[in-house]
Design a binder for this molecule. Structure first.
Ligand SMILES: [Zn+2]
Length: 279
């Protein structure tokens, strides 16, 4: 069903998606380490508040807890900045890949680096949900909520610990547990959003090239209850009669089927390019 040229392009896209996933743990670690800087700030703060006996005076609980708002603000700011970095990086690579893959067609010209940058920022805005008409959850809101979760949990363990007369070392250990317990949420955000950024980048490259008729979504099986996932359904629908899982690039509802979705995109070329246009 696929033409020879589409198969070649598919291979490049598949390869790029695999590489994106290989790179993902590094991106998760980067975001976590940026957020973890605030834990180190908090340790400094606890040390400053410590009395000679290495506990914190109950009389100072309220002042100390007041400082947690600043920690929350930093978690939000460092988190959002780090997410912006990894999403932008993923988007740039996906756009370059998409353009390079379509470059196998003689008619497709490389993009200027300015245009490439523009498209990448477009992807970042779209992933952050800055285009309200697109059906993507607002990432900034989620980071605000998450920073609030840290604050509430830190407040709880510090208040209880100080009242119990715990030492600063014990409080530091409690704080570490709070950060560790939130790790999986950050991980989910990074996986979900960079995978989305990869797909959106591939779609933007298609739009820029003007040789792509449609986007085909390929789901990623191999885990429990996969057949209940939205990507499973999308990959098996045939809304335009162009084939299973084939959509218009403008169908933004296929960009982010569900959290941690590992679906990826392929291109369906316009009819006139199916022979490869290499002559
Ligand atoms: Zn999925």
């Amino acid at each position: 069903m696929n033409s020879e040229i589409e198969r070649k392009i598919d291979n490049v896209l598949q390869e790029a998606y695999d590489e994106h996933e290989r790179n993902q743990q590094r991106q998760i670690n980067y975001v976590l380490s940026e957020i973890d800087r605030t834990r180190l700030d908090l340790i400094d703060l606890l040390t400053e508040y410590a009395k000679q006996d290495n506990t914190i005076s109950k009389a100072r609980i309220h002042t100390l807890l007041g400082e947690l708002d600043e920690i929350e603000r930093k978690i939000r700011d460092y988190g959002l900045k780090a997410l912006d970095t990894v999403i932008d990086d993923t988007a740039s690579k996906a756009i370059q890949t998409g353009v390079a893959a379509l470059g196998l067609l003689a008619v497709v010209k490389a993009l200027s680096s300015r245009r490439e940058r523009q498209l990448a920022r477009n992807v970042v805005d779209s992933v952050f949900g800055r285009f309200k008409d697109e059906n993507i959850i607002d990432l900034s809101d989620r980071m605000w909520t998450l920073a609030g979760d840290y604050n509430a949990e830190l407040r709880r363990v510090l208040q209880a610990g100080i009242i119990q007369g715990k030492s600063v070392n014990q409080l530091v250990a409690d704080v570490r547990k709070v950060y560790e317990a939130e790790t999986w949420k950050i991980e989910t955000i990074v996986i979900t959003e960079t995978n989305t950024a990869h797909r959106v980048g591939i779609a933007k490259a298609a739009e820029a090239s003007e040789v792509v008729k449609a986007i085909k979504i390929i789901d990623h099986p191999g885990h429990k209850r996969h057949d209940q996932h939205e990507c499973y359904r999308l990959a098996r629908q045939n809304p335009y009669g162009w084939g299973d899982g084939v959509y218009r690039p403008q169908d933004t509802y296929i960009y982010s089927p569900h959290p941690r979705c590992r679906a990826s995109f392929r291109y369906v070329l316009k009819d006139e390019y199916l022979t490869g246009g290499e002559s």
